[in-house]
Design a protein around this ligand. Sequence first.
Ligand SMILES: *[C@@H]1O[C@H](CO)[C@@H](O)[C@H](O)[C@H]1NC(C)=O
Ligand SMILES: *[C@@H]1O[C@H](CO)[C@@H](O)[C@H](O)[C@H]1NC(C)=O
Ligand SMILES: *[C@@H]1O[C@H](CO)[C@@H](O)[C@H](O)[C@H]1NC(C)=O
Ligand SMILES: *[C@@H]1O[C@H](CO)[C@@H](O)[C@H](O)[C@H]1NC(C)=O
Ligand SMILES: *[C@@H]1O[C@H](CO)[C@@H](O)[C@H](O)[C@H]1NC(C)=O
Length: 592
Amino acid sequence: MNFSMSYLPVISLLIMFSSAGGFPHPAPPAAPENITLEYIDPTFPPFPEQSPKCSLQLLQHDFADTTGAPPVSTNYTPPLDCPAPWSRVVLELSGIASDIQQDRIASIWLDGAEILRTTTPLPMYPGVHWQVNKDITKYTSLLRSSPAGSLFSMILENSNSSFPGIYSINVTLHYFRGALCDDTPTISIQSQACNQLSSHANVKELYRKPADMIIPISNEAGDCCSGGYWLKIHNETDVQKTIVSVPGNAYRAVMEIYVTAHADDQYWYANPLRSVPIDTKDPLSSAKANGGFRQVVLTIDGKYAGAVVPFPIIYPSSVNPYFWSPVTAIAAYNIPSYELNLTPLMSMLLNGREHEFGLKVRDAQPHWRVTANLHVWLDAWSDGVEAGLLQYRVPPLKINRQAYWKEKDGKSEVDGQVIVRFAGWVSSSAGNITTSVRERLKFKSHVMVQGRGTMKQVAMESKVRMNVRVEKERTVIGRMVMNMEAPLEIMTLSSNGGGGSVFERTKMNHGLEEMKSVVRGKEVVVSMVSDRQDSEGSCLMEEGMAVWGSGDSRSVYKYRDDKVCYLRSLNVVGGRIMDDVATPSCVALADE
Ligand SMILES: *[C@@H]1O[C@H](CO)[C@@H](O)[C@H](O)[C@H]1NC(C)=O
Ligand SMILES: *[C@@H]1O[C@H](CO)[C@@H](O)[C@H](O)[C@H]1NC(C)=O
Ligand SMILES: *[C@@H]1O[C@H](CO)[C@@H](O)[C@H](O)[C@H]1NC(C)=O
Ligand SMILES: *[C@@H]1O[C@H](CO)[C@@H](O)[C@H](O)[C@H]1NC(C)=O
Ligand SMILES: *[C@@H]1O[C@H](CO)[C@@H](O)[C@H](O)[C@H]1NC(C)=O
């Protein structure tokens, strides 16, 4: 991580800019020539080779001053002209900002079950617009809806008092028909072959066939109130509890978790481990700093049932906002949810009783917004499914914390590792099937500050390897291996920008790699996603807000499975897209 120090001559120029009153002061800057107002997340294209059978616009709303307001909601019934089943359903959110504004977190729910968590861009000019496309086929049971209809709601807490920007948002659902899945209970692991539209680039999803039932784990007060269905977690002892009962003929269950970090923990990934904050004006050093490790933990009746280290989402106002215009940070527009396979633990759920699901965040500071969806698959051919637990090995997370600080400088490290094993059988009309899950987590966070607080280096990496084995009558009928790696490196040099401002020069590398291989009999299907971003630039901060800056970034997104290989590579210099190459086939690529 070497840095050129060639930014010094720019400073006097910057002071001229800032005293001239750039963003965020009232007069919005006109967009510089040739700057695109379309902000993008260059991932997999939303509709490869197919047009929807029908589309339904669900929401058209201007979010002006909505802080503290309940979500906006509307009645939902599926379109009459294309009833279920659908081979695929895609949610499209399109938005435009009328003027400059802060970035805002938003969520969409269907009957209280979250189906999208997203952030808006940070619009630095009037007219910034963007789109989010998400495959929401896994929510089919909610999308079918009851004859009485369902409640569709969206929250986007905006305020147009400090900045005038109003967000105009449209939400449309696109329904596709085509080849269908035949994912019977015997076939317990997602099969790509079951769906000719498999190119939906979701490597982590465990099962392709949508669940028969989705039980929301969210704030029941939801639609009436401020904060909507979000459950807020304030600290590490705060456990959000929800009582749920599961039908007696359930043969499979997956808990899906949505989570974002806010306020003191917005920059959790850059938190040093120390008792005194380094600098309250520096947004990368939070009020209370308890290290760069967080884990969302799920419990069933107080017993550990799984955990996830969230992917560090870089919000559009974070690190250097000029990095995220016009290309957003990895996964910021389509914030990933995490799936915990509860099938080996079915015996904990199948006793006809009510169960308490608990959600907490290890080492949390105020505050986290969490919701979860319990996806349940039902055996239509039986009234009662039996289940038993064969293995439950949950050793404590081995975590090392080391810190050495002297005034502003020092370093801290947190690293952890754990291997969890669950196995259980479920006896349904499909036979007696045993599912075994082994998950290994490795985690490392490193924060170093030198030069009396002027040089900060953050490095973080989490690695997960999950093995799933499915057996019937002592014969292995399916195997799955999933690997995930999320490396993040940020290095910032700061200096006095004059007039109380801070000039920061930052270099950042961020990545998300996921690989899955599924073995069923003689068939092996491998799919992988690799999303990488390398950014470099500078920015002038006044009172924790970026007022001037510039960023260069290079993004490379690659998706590959047995049928598709898609690559998109984008190069941005000073906020201008210099080249943008997409190839629907990797055959032409020299490096393949
Ligand atoms: C904007 O684009 C036009 C046409 O491509 C080009 O002639 C002009 O030099 C560009 N201006 C800037 C500031 O890059
Ligand atoms: C929303 O939809 C309306 C009408 O269909 C259209 O005029 C408007 O431009 C759309 N807005 C966005 C942000 O896509
Ligand atoms: C916020 O937006 C609303 C709706 O357009 C408008 O009536 C109001 O005047 C705006 N408030 C401010 C402070 O600009
Ligand atoms: C943790 O948060 C809960 C809920 O806001 C609060 O009641 C409790 O006092 C907090 N505990 C600590 C140790 O701050
Ligand atoms: C299902 O298989 C497991 C493991 O082989 C066994 O312990 C259990 O008794 C079986 N259950 C039924 C209902 O046959």
